[in-house]
Design a protein around this ligand. Sequence first.
Ligand code: DQQ
Length: 668
Amino acid sequence: AGASQPYRTAYHFQPPKNWMNDPNGKVPLSDKFLYHFSRWPMYHKGVYHLFYQYNPYAVVWGNISWAHSVSYNLIDWMHLDNAINPTESYDINGCFSGSATIFPGVEKPVILYTGNNFENHQVQNLAVPKNMSDPLLREWVKSDRNPVMAPVNGMNPMMTSVNDIKPDMYRDPTTASVPNLFYTAVIIGSQINGMELLFFIEVKILLAGPGVGILFICQPKQECGSVLIFTLQLRYDYGMFYASKTFYDCDKKRRILWGWVTEADSKSDDIKKGWSGIQSIPRTVLLDKKGKHQINGHGAAILYRSKDFVSWTRSRNPLYLSTKTGMWECPDFYPVSSRRRIGLHSSFNDRKTKHVLKASFSDHDYYVIGNYDSKTDRYSVDVDFMDTIRQLRYDYGMFYASKTFYDCDKKRRILWGWVTEADSKSDDIKKGWSGIQSIPRTVLLDKTGKQLVQYPIKELEKLRASEVSLHNKEIKGGTVLEISGLTASQADIEVSFQLPNLEDRVELMDKKSVDPQQLCSQKNSSVKGVLGPFGLLALTSKDLTEQTAIFFRIFKGHDKYVVLMCSDQSRSSLKRDVDKKIFGAFLDVDPSQRISLRTLIDHSMLESFGGEGKACITARVHPELAIENKSHLYAFNYGTESITISSLRAWSMKKAQMYRALAEKAAD
Ligand code: DQQ
């Protein structure tokens, strides 16, 4: 980051210029590609490819192509030419997200991506490397069999003329291998269109239980072939309507449907009333004009199977669907170990393995944890998407369209996501760029089994330079403490707080306050409490005019203490035209123990990990005063009670190396 580019990051991935969004395939390649990097000053085993959504011509979304960069450590990157550009009728309006994976057996990488075609319909396409002897796999050729999947003839084989997927809502194929080689299909999905009574009842019953799906694998223990895409779920009625039946009225040539509507009151009220149950008004049923049913949009992951990546068979049932969400973008599906702190290959499964399904919708990346039974191909979740009590998100700030991959060399699963801008389009045009990738994060199942934990990959630590540290330092209520001696606009901080005895001194939690983001907005960093707000003031001007507070606040809930973690951008900049939304999450830790916080500061990027990665909040800030060496870092405590910093270690961070392939000079 230079003086004219105060918001450009020093160690988060960015292309030299223009618009970037979703990370797409990330393929860890084998050692045979290593020699190419041997002239680099430092390298390890293993080389990684990153593809991402990119506009080569502008700082706004458009002309979407697959850009391509390679790295040996996921921190330093070399930018190559685009891997895929919109050139054909089947992708002329954009080469959208997808995944890159290693074709089993032959160890050949393939890319499966969504083409937004000439009529803005979405189809799935295949691309393979032009020259496998090029270690950088610079050129990719599209299959002459493209498109290999199109949204036709969906779930109900009796209705072959009906397309149950909206053609513009059919994208983002994701590799989702599971250990199920010889699969017998589960026959339920064709009823989702709801044509016949018996099928419909069956679907309702089954959907009320776990989702059921068909998954495919080319060979055991290989990352290959299954693809998840999303679609919509169809119901006759999105309220109370059950066990319905149709009949054909031959006089009037119409099909009539009616259904049973049950009571919403109690059994004892029914006894008082003396009756229970109503039939709906008889309804005529017709196919929607466009050949699509009347639907309100529910997200689901659909499965396809293939042996060659060219011919695909759609499974009759989605892997999972949720009636509580709209369309899903960029789904992801992978196993996590409940016993060991290692990542698992996508094909791994045993009785102690849980499976994570992630979907991107409503601007966030949500996930569910469940059990995938490879014998029955059922995926049942512990807590559904959009559960009212606990909604699990990878990140409670800005983080979208993320993707994981298994790094077999280091036996870990790595996640990263796209972080968009908080400033205005016109500021983006001035800067010449838009979009950052988060730091790659290792993902593990938490000890409780109820959520994931994420932490920046170890490799990041190589950028740590001069260290500043503090131990057992009391911070009195209402005070701030400057942490000096480091480049506060480019730093990595690990801090842990110890609280005094909690009893009787804690704010009571309003029972209605179940939305942590709202709670952080109401009780922002300037609202004094008892235990908290305390934490860090990052990217802060000397006089504290501009400050971004990443902090905790402790409440007493009805049966336990509640730890709230917030990232408060409301005072982050004097600029007006910047989104300064406050973010928040509940942190499932015991506040009588130490509460830890790790914050990565990178000019306009703040990535925070609370409780060893139990809650992550990523924020973008665009300060006017607190830039470069005018940026300061403080610890603060605006609660009435003193707290103690048990330990604080902070490092100035060096810049990651970003090269362009041919010119071999710094990209910016
Ligand atoms: N971005 C891509 C789509 C995806 C969306 C287009 C998510 O494939 O659904 O750039 O950000």
